[in-house]
Write a protein that binds this ligand. Structure first.
Ligand code: PLP
Length: 385
């Protein structure tokens, strides 16, 4: 049978049983506990949950699982081409679970490639969860791996410089150590890291998967072995996604392909116009780069980063249609200054070394008309030249 395309699966994933239940829309299950008269059988099921398995039947207790969240997990695992997905209350909770699972297995070292989202960088640099970090380039990665390395972490395209890394090269250099790729910026519509050798794929679901700036969540898609390890952590840390977030994210996935492609087309247009603007000294947009990893990400995505020749803060202060705010991946266009906000927590010299200058601005392009967006950008940029 021909496999349905991503567009179809985004609409129908996690909903396969609804028609048989006589429902059109996924039910929102707010239960914190699930009644059962056979407590012997429940004891056996609880033992299974404790090992990170998902036994058949109801979740027993809301910290172990949730039926609405499980629908979102089924749908996103399918889109990423992974066997399993585990959903968390935020992207940082998802990353924390991966680190804690690695520490629990006695592997404290993480090898990571910069830049990463500022708080992810801080989590690794600070060692707050008991990990150590070896920052590495892709070229030096295989030498950076140690016997106690439990994870290799990279973002591609990376936040906020939009530099792309070759996932296949990273996976080869990781030499059997699980490679965790943060796919928040590309989404499975444009790039599926597991197809290129990533063992686990992380999303801040707060961004494109939700798509409307009104839900927080995180998710890791991976094989069943890694999923069991991070489900165990999710149970003891209580970091499970809220049922309402699961509902909103399942709904968000249905329009993900349409939103991502439309926003990316506008971003490509704006990136070209920015590159020709006299106030702009440099534009980072994956589709404009000459040496891209082959066959990895379709198009350039909907983030554009650019450096200005004058005061970056003045550009933000003058924007009217474009919202000056952190976060990304929503229906409306946002602009922010990474050195002040998303990457402020990274030490100044490390930040600059990763290519995040004080003149860099990051634009998350939404679904507005490209000409309206350009008029606003052009007017804001005109204040600095
Ligand atoms: N990964 C990336 C690439 C991000 O941009 C973010 C947040 O901005 C995160 C992870 C963390 O996700 P959350 O804010 O949902 O905890």
């Amino acid at each position: 049978m021909t496999r349905q395309t991503l567009d179809t699966r985004a609409v129908h994933g996690g909903r396969e049983d609804l028609a048989a239940m006589g429902l059109h829309v996924a039910p929102l299950d707010f239960s914190t506990s699930y009644p059962a008269h056979d407590s012997r059988a429940e004891a056996a099921r609880l033992d299974a949950f404790a090992t990170g398995e998902i036994p058949d039947g109801r979740p027993i207790y809301g910290r172990l699982g949730n039926t609405t969240v499980a629908r979102f997990e089924t749908a996103i695992a399918d889109l990423e081409g992974c066997a399993a997905a585990v959903a968390f209350s935020s992207g940082m909770a998802a990353l924390s679970a991966c680190l804690l699972a690695s520490v629990a297995q006695g592997r404290r070292n993480v090898v990571a490639v910069r830049p990463l989202y500022g708080t992810s960088d801080h989590l690794l640099s600070s060692g707050l969860l008991g990990t150590t970090v070896t920052w590495s380039s892709v070229d030096e990665l295989s030498e950076a791996i140690r016997p106690d390395t439990g994870l290799v972490i990279a973002e591609t395209p990376a936040n906020p410089t939009l530099v792309e890394y070759d996932i296949r090269r990273l996976a080869e250099a990781a030499a059997g150590v699980p490679l965790l790729v943060d796919n928040t910026f590309a989404t499975p519509i444009l790039q599926r890291p597991a197809e290129h050798g990533a063992g686990a794929v992380l999303h801040s679901a707060t961004k494109f998967l939700g798509g409307h700036g009104d839900v927080m969540g995180g998710v890791v898609t991976c094989g069943e072995g890694f999923a069991r390890a991070i489900r165990q952590i999710r149970i003891v840390t209580g970091a499970i996604m809220h049922p309402f977030a699961g509902y909103m994210l399942l709904r968000g996935l249905a329009t993900l392909p349409v939103r991502v492609r439309r926003a990316a087309a506008t971003a490509a247009d704006l990136a070209q116009r920015l590159a020709a603007h006299p106030a702009v000294t440099r534009v980072s947009y994956p589709a404009l780069e000459p040496d891209r990893p082959i066959g990895q990400m379709q198009g350039g995505g909907s983030l554009v980063s650019f450096e200005v020749g004058g005061d970056a803060h003045a550009v933000i202060a003058s924007s009217k249609l474009i919202t000056p705010a952190v976060s990304l991946g929503g229906v409306d266009t946002l602009i922010q200054h990474p050195a002040s906000l998303t990457h402020r927590i990274v030490a100044d010299d490390e930040r600059r070394h990763s290519g995040i200058s004080d003149r860099l601005l990051r634009l998350s392009v939404g679904l507005e008309d490209p000409n309206d967006l350009w008029r606003d950008l052009d007017r804001s940029l005109s204040t600095i030249y």
